[in-house]
Design a protein around this ligand. Sequence first.
Ligand code: F0G
Length: 424
Amino acid sequence: MATWQICGSCGERLSEMDPATRCPCGGLLEIQHDRPMEDGISLRRLFEERWGQHGDLDRSGVWRYRELVLPSAAGQAVSHPEGNTPLIRRTAVAEWSGLPELMLKHEGHNPTGSFKDRGMTVGVTQARRIDAAAVACASTGNTSASLAAYAAQAGLTALVFVPAGQVALGKLSQSLAYGARTLLVRGDFDACLRLVQEASTRLGVYLVNSINPFRLEGQKTIVLELLHQLRWHSPDWIVLPAGNLGNTAAFGKALREAHAWGLIERIPRLAAVQAAGAGPFAAAFAEHFARRLTVKAETIATAIKIGDPASWDRAVRSIRETNGVVTSVTDGEILEAKAVIDAAGVGCEPASAASVAGARQLVQRGVIQRGERVVAVLTGHVLKDPGALITYHQETEPPPARANRPVEIEADLREVERVLRGSR
Ligand code: F0G
């Protein structure tokens, strides 16, 4: 079974082992695989047999689907393992969103606490295959945490570019802990991305941002795994937060291939949700993608604080091919959704809650019907952004409706009693 890279702009074909992360024409590359030898039924059986096996590859929720990810690299995979994230139902979240059939695919259960590990296991595997001396990324925090961990495992030098003062504490701590050379760039994410691309061309470091097509092959498995968990009965909608648009691109590709190769009979619709202050893709959708837009991004959801998304064209294709929609939600809506998800005992970081906030809004607008089966993807763990939690619960004045204020007391039983009576 062969794999190659193809340019989305000019159609140029590059070999699987070509170390370029962009086409010489400047276009973004895409991975293409030959159709697997197995038909859909055999592939489903194969994936089911692997689930629960003890082998290193089968235990990974990425490499379990290796025929659709990167078949030739399977023997060399740098795997934690990753994936195997739960698909969960919580009544409180379902009721709040207006969707009784809502399911949450919680990618915060990955080894470094976000979906980025699924792409990074493939990106770092490829970096090692092409003998990269060093790997680099620009990040709002999760990609860098993930790269730092996988580069450490692979024994590669990692260089991460993050916007100074704008990265959530949990994420920055991870990058330092796992040993990445961490550059706090005085600028926003979009500036970091420009700089790292320049560094990769001029200084020869291998770029593993989601521009890198190998990353997207791994991220496709969020969709493959959730379809597998649903016994390959497609939901009506998959809702996800959108920033740099790598995931939106990967989800569309996963659905296109799963359908073409007989794994599913029907393609679910994608709903990509941006933050209102960082919503160029949502604004462009409203005008039928007539233009590519950029904004100066501002949102509390720092993970998706991106004004000039890189995977634009690929993501447009995903939305068009799935009859999808793009919308945006305010920071207030994100924080309320997050408080509901957190209080249900699930928890997620602010950007992740955009998916549930978006689902609720789309129900209210009549775009999603109440009875439809919807999977909302929670992209990162609740502990990624402790700062946002403390501000919301402990510091914001007046307290938001769902704030859970801590109470400081003397070491005296009467005070405990008073608190207990007050909370009844
Ligand atoms: N949710 C979380 C928690 C993220 O970290 C990101 C992106 C997204 C959603 C959006 O995904 O960019 O593929 O549209 N984080 C990147 C990073 C930008 O650097 O960690 P996207």
